[in-house]
Design a protein around this ligand. Structure first.
Ligand SMILES: C[S@@+](CC[C@H](N)C(=O)[O-])C[C@H]1O[C@@H](n2cnc3c(N)ncnc32)[C@H](O)[C@@H]1O
Length: 229
């Protein structure tokens, strides 16, 4: 049995979720969204909403920002397009069907990359994070919010057991913060600057800052960040 998610599984899962996604997940994800959106607004500018899904977060952003949304699921994107049209979301520059592991954007073309409830469901998390870092300008931030797996204890055991069953839903419940720390260390162009519990620990918000070109290789991300919140 494959213990990982492939593109077909993710596409099939989100084709099933698309018609009911906002009703099922809209309110559940709200505290995580608020935390991420506040951090995005602190920087502002040209923003990549990675794994934009049905575009649930888009109406909440200030119109002074400019947004590009990408997603691998056409049915999810179709919902986002309808929202942009219906709610006249003029701050949305474009919505693109794209696999995050290979994005067609120039280097350093965004001030912020935000991914809400996405990184644990992408087929290739490390390659996708590499791409997020590539398209981000030096000084810009990658902002992730997600449920992350427990490192140990009963919850960790349950998440390992549930992992196999969760693949069909397009989830990786056992994905841990350590995997993000390791990625930042290996990538070398970013440092992890915050990992904070949100909504009584239901979600974790993680922020990475892109280093200046001459500072890459000096990041010791995991030594600097303590879990807070
Ligand atoms: C749980 S939904 C989150 C949607 C949205 N960010 C939100 O907060 O409601 C995860 C989204 O990630 C998308 N996704 C998964 N893998 C992807 C990839 N490799 N590239 C782009 N989007 C991807 C899925 O299609 C889905 O729309």
């Amino acid at each position: 049995m494959s213990t990982d998610l492939d593109r077909t599984t993710v596409e099939e899962a989100y084709a099933r979720w698309a018609p009911i996604y906002d009703v099922v997940f809209g309110a559940v994800f709200e505290p995580g969204r608020k935390a991420a959106i506040a951090q995005v607004e602190r920087i502002g500018g040209r923003i990549l909403e990675f794994g934009v899904g049905t575009g649930f977060a888009l109406p909440a952003y200030k119109r002074s920002n400019r947004f590009v949304g990408v997603d691998i699921s056409e049915p999810m994107l179709q919902k986002a397009r309808e929202k942009v049209e219906k709610e006249r979301l003029t701050h949305v520059e474009g919505l693109c069907l794209m696999d995050g592991a290979q994005m067609g954007f120039a280097d350093a073309s965004f001030d912020v990359v935000v991914a809400q409830f996405v990184i644990t469901v992408v087929p290739h998390p490390e390659e996708t994070l590499d791409e997020m870092a590539r398209v981000l300008r030096p000084g810009g931030e990658i902002i992730l919010v997600n449920h992350l797996g427990a490192e140990d204890g009963l919850r960790a055991s349950f998440e390992r057991w549930f992992a196999r069953r969760a693949r069909k839903l397009g989830w990786r419940p056992e994905f841990q913060l350590a995997r993000l720390r390791n990625w930042a260390r290996q990538n070398g162009t970013v440092e992890m600057i915050e990992a904070r519990n949100v909504a009584l620990g239901m979600y974790t918000m993680v922020r990475f800052r892109k280093l200046a070109a001459d500072a890459t290789g000096e990041a010791e991300a995991d030594d600097k960040v303590m879990m807070a919140g």
